[in-house]
Design a protein around this ligand. Structure first.
Ligand code: ADP
Ligand code: MG
Length: 431
């Protein structure tokens, strides 16, 4: 490749330690580049390693293997020229807006007078003129994120990395900010040569990017890439945009091997990260899908529109329904299975029964909990050993979360009960 590459990653891998010390591979053999003039969007499920990848590019984290370079120089430590914006804003609450923005320059040894000048100019550009003296808490979420962006842009970065920078904002605020960034980029009011955004939002990715890269999970690998040759600004209603959104939905819901273990529940990896969803979201999707106008079959973008819920809520629900055999998700469509239709038409008790039966058949963790409880004379067990099993493969807080999900599903399916005070799991009473 030529010399217009801003970032280049070759064979990058990264592992972390799980709670019990075993290495956990988060990224595997990542080959990626960001060229001058490009906006690239990185999509992937929660936990697939998107933030880790960005942190490697920003020089905040070192890869275990492979090469990561910025303009041909291997990255070791934060590179001048690469700036990052975080979802959480990451502003210092005791510093004013102006001081927060200047921070980016202080690290570069820019003189105080020059810092002030540049921060002023940047606040003006980003729509915060007059707010320099305010404290972050006096601003709305959208304005706070503008400060976060100003702090990154004031360094005149070559590369801007944005980690879910719009996802903590309400939809309209997020869209306005996104459009403003695109305007700054398109009109070259900022010298930035390449932007990489991490997003949960497929429409956002299609509206912004020249290229979309989709990461698979456990471990994160680049699964597909899609080029977008549409001029900006784009209209969300344009036929080409809708078609691309459909296509990306399709790529995001290609069957992933881990969702449906070939050897049945016994073959499911014990560290399998259960989709982060709850019974009411699942039931909500089933009900919506069963009713008019879908009658059991929907195009995901249309379902999302009707559901009025964001992708990050809907995707785990789709995945769970697929896992439990209640729906079939493929290539951007979702359809109820015959069993899913029965569930949709059933009364509460039958619903719970169907759910419980599917849970035991398709979720190894739930099956294991049930089996161990049946082996106990008292029908009771502390949750701890199950947590410890999960911790062999997951970080402590994730292990806890996966167990919480399994408990919520199991209680609904009346597969087991759980006492929140004692942390005891037990068999349901009437058995
Ligand atoms: P994403 O941004 O796609 O949601 P992350 O990159 O944040 O994913 O995390 C990917 C995986 O790596 C998760 O399982 C997460 O728990 C784990 N992970 C991230 N940072 C660390 C860390 N510092 N120590 C241990 N595990 C980590
Ligand atoms: Mg992240």
């Amino acid at each position: 490749m030529g010399s217009n590459l801003l970032l280049e990653l070759q064979g990058v891998a990264k592992s972390f330690r799980s709670a019990d010390g075993a290495p956990l591979r988060v990224l595997d053999n990542i080959n990626f580049s960001l060229a001058e003039g490009e906006i690239v969007a990185l999509l992937g499920k929660s936990g697939s390693g998107k933030s880790t990848l960005l942190r490697i590019m920003a020089g905040l984290l070192e890869a275990d293997a492979g090469k990561a370079a910025y303009r041909g120089h291997s990255i070791n430590g934060p590179a001048l020229g690469v700036a990052m914006v975080f979802q959480s804003f990451a502003l210092f609450p005791w510093l004013t807006v102006q001081q927060n923005v200047e921070l980016g320059l202080e690290a570069q040894g820019v003189s105080a007078a020059r810092r002030e000048q540049r921060a002023d100019a940047m606040l003006e550009l980003i729509g915060l003129a007059g707010f320099g003296g305010a404290l972050p808490r006096e601003l709305s979420g959208g304005m706070r994120q503008r400060v976060g962006i100003a702090r990154a842009l004031v360094t005149n970065p070559d590369v801007l990395l944005m980690d879910e920078a719009f996802s903590a904002l309400d939809v309209l605020t997020g869209e306005t900010l996104r459009d403003d960034i695109l305007e700054l980029w398109g009109s070259r009011k900022i010298p930035t040569k390449g932007i990489l955004i991490v997003s949960h939002n497929i429409e956002e990715a299609v509206m912004m990017a020249d290229r979309i890269v989709i990461l698979s999970s456990s471990p994160g690998r680049i699964r597909s890439e899609i080029q977008i040759d549409l001029a900006r600004p784009r209209s969300a209603d344009a036929t080409e945009v809708r078609a691309l959104i459909d296509e990306v939905y399709g790529l995001m819901t290609l069957r992933q091997p881990q969702g449906a273990p070939a050897g049945g529940v016994a073959a499911q990896h014990p560290g399998y990260r259960l989709p982060d969803t709850n019974v009411s979201h699942m039931a909500g999707v089933v009900d919506l899908l069963a009713g008019a106008p879908f009658n059991g079959h929907a195009d995901l973008p249309q379902l999302a529109e009707k559901a009025e819920l964001p992708d990050e809520v809907l995707f785990p629900a789709y995945e769970a329904l697929g896992l439990l055999g209640l729906a079939h998700v493929e290539k951007g469509d979702i359809a109820l299975t015959p069993l899913g239709r029965r569930y949709a038409g059933a009364e509460q008790t039958l619903r719970q029964e169907i759910f419980g039966q599917q849970l035991l058949m398709h979720v190894a963790l739930a099956a294991r909990i049930r089996e161990k409880l049946e082996q106990e004379a008292t029908g009771r067990l502390p949750e701890k050993p199950f947590l410890e099993l999960l911790e062999e493969f997951l970080k402590a807080d994730e292990a806890k979360h996966v167990l919480e999900v399994a408990i919520e599903w199991g209680r609904y399916g009346e597969v087991y009960e759980y006492d929140f005070h004692t942390g005891l799991l037990k068999l349901p009473d009437q058995e």
